[in-house]
Design a protein around this ligand. Sequence first.
Ligand SMILES: Nc1ncnc2c1ncn2[C@@H]1O[C@H](COP(=O)(O)OP(=O)(O)O)[C@@H](O)[C@H]1O
Ligand SMILES: Nc1ccn([C@H]2C[C@H](O)[C@@H](COP(=O)(O)OP(=O)(O)O)O2)c(=O)n1
Length: 678
Amino acid sequence: MPDTSSRSLRIFPSRRIRGTVTVPGDKSITHRALLLATLAEGESRLSGVLTGEDCLATIRACQALGAEIEFLNATTVRVKGRDRKLLAPAEPIDCGNSGTLMRLIAGILAGQPFSSCLIGDASLSRRPMARILVPLRQMGARIDAKGPGELPPLEIHGSQLHGIDYRLPLPSAQVKSCLLLAGLFASGVTRLQEPIPTRDHTERLLRHFGLWPIFDNGQLVVHGGVRLHGHDLFIPGDFSSAAFWIVAAAAFPGSELFVQGVGLNPSRTGLLKILLRMGATVKETIESCETEPYGTLEIRGERLRGTRIRGEEIAQVIDELPILAVAGALAQGETIIRDASELRVKESDRLAALAYNLRAFGVPVEELPDGLIIEGGHPLRAASVQSFGDHRIAMAFAILALAADGVSVIEDTACIATSYPGFEKDFESLTQSEIPGWGERAFRQIGHRWARWAKESLEDPAEARFPVVAIDGTAASGKTTVAQELARRLDFAYCSTGVLYRAMTWKLLQMGVDISNRFRVARAVGKIPMDCWIENHQLKIRVGDEDPSPYLRDPEVNANVSLVASIPAVRRYLLPLQRKLARQAPLVMEGRDIGTVVFPKTPYKFFLDADPLVRQERRRQQGETDLLLERDQKDRERKLAPLKPAHDAVILDTTRTTVNELVETILRHLKRKGMNLQ
Ligand SMILES: Nc1ncnc2c1ncn2[C@@H]1O[C@H](COP(=O)(O)OP(=O)(O)O)[C@@H](O)[C@H]1O
Ligand SMILES: Nc1ccn([C@H]2C[C@H](O)[C@@H](COP(=O)(O)OP(=O)(O)O)O2)c(=O)n1
């Protein structure tokens, strides 16, 4: 099983989704059904209930208002309603992370003959409440928002409400539902007009519980004082949870997925329209239209194209925008999301979180005040990213990580339980093969390439790294030639760390920094945006927007690199860059301090050297101007991470040994040291 105790998800690449999935019950419908069954007279048996954290908070809230709620099995509850006569809660009602609960229940509590208080967690305490407080106060509600700028907690002094005519300034199903519920306890008639239609679960469920809100001239009308009647209800799977699998299957060619028993309410399935526009193959079969339509989706993977998502469409896909941004990153071409500033006040600032995490995976993205411009189709590098405590961000990036070039980590994933308990299990069965156990599964997935090495990676949770063969040595001793051939034989990624020092030297020279002044260098280094990652078995480097590769063996670079490499600020900067590579792939890494400093714990260490005259001749034959003996001396003499064999390295003299013989010798040592070679 994936490691959830540490609240992070480690994800192995896998570009194919296959199988059948049934996602947990719909969050929006579960909240509303529980609240309405609490207001109704008689009993309601609700099946398919989502038991995520958010909905459990709603169950507790309903119980605090006097409803009797009993679990009949894991996802079925019996609610004995209060027939509108709620009890005054003894304590503040804790809405946890749920904006839906706080906004909907505020509508109910505003019109009660008692006072109450609504509190939430840190994220909910930052979410705007003015959008409900303004119209509720127009209805006569007396509510104090205790946080700065009308933020939670909400202190509600129940009062007699009266109906109003209200045009919602922004599309919000939560505001609409809050006012519909308040309207039930108001005198007279409440008329609402939406600027753009939003999800209509509250209207459908009011009908289910016996009240028919009327549509009159584009307005939604409810009369106060009406009774609701208990009624059994099946809650279908949450389309917003299914959206993660839908996008993954649609975007990975060769995938084939069936999503069963999923809610297909047209006010929720805007994502499908967008995916079709992007070139997806999706077949929708509606199996029931009672109250809430549901059925089966069949998705086949295709190469998707970028698209534009803006205007009215945004309200239809508001919860799906994180995974749509991921779809954009996986598609060819540009995807533009606009008019989505509402995302900034969700469980996290989703626009900022998306931009930050997409960039970490190597996706070029521009963050706009109301959206994102995503350049899709770039190779993705493995990354370690945060969920920002937001369940949809966590799940969206779990899907993106499947397309990366190595093992990725999503940190802080406990929040996934708010909407999708069991996500990790479904993730495992849909993306990480049939074999039981996370580690075993990981081997399969990396399968053809690096499967057998995944185990080592898994056994070192602190470092979460693949095996590293360290090849250190003097200049022109043959490190590059031997390491490349060894990497080819092992099917590992080849990685020269000298190029990082060379790239840094090139950039400093280009910036005109006085390299002999280590303080100036230290200051300049902090401003150089260098990154590196493994792509197609090779190390890739970027310095800002530039690829430094063509300049790395220029004579000025050769002449200055050892001096630059002796500056502690440079070594400190490059150390984590080198270490993170081992989270992406098994490596043959060559340099000067790989066995001593970068990966001192690797058991696979080799140090190459050869007669200085032979080395000089080799370099001359390569046509390079390189005072390599001077370089070696500087590298040996520097205080930090000097050139020297690790105490446990195998020392190999390459003066009169062929490359093939050297590689064979190294392979023999690796076997002896316990590496499982096949
Ligand atoms: N064992 C060897 N025997 C003969 N020539 C070699 C051997 N190893 C490397 N060379 C040659 O020496 C030169 C320098 O090798 P290289 O792998 O670039 O060294 P380093 O990476 O240690 O600077 C290359 O032209 C390479 O072909
Ligand atoms: N791990 C490393 C790798 C290189 N360096 C420094 C010291 C070396 O003289 C330069 C250039 O390294 P590189 O491996 O490209 O040099 P050679 O190809 O062996 O001549 O970088 C280092 O200090 N530590």
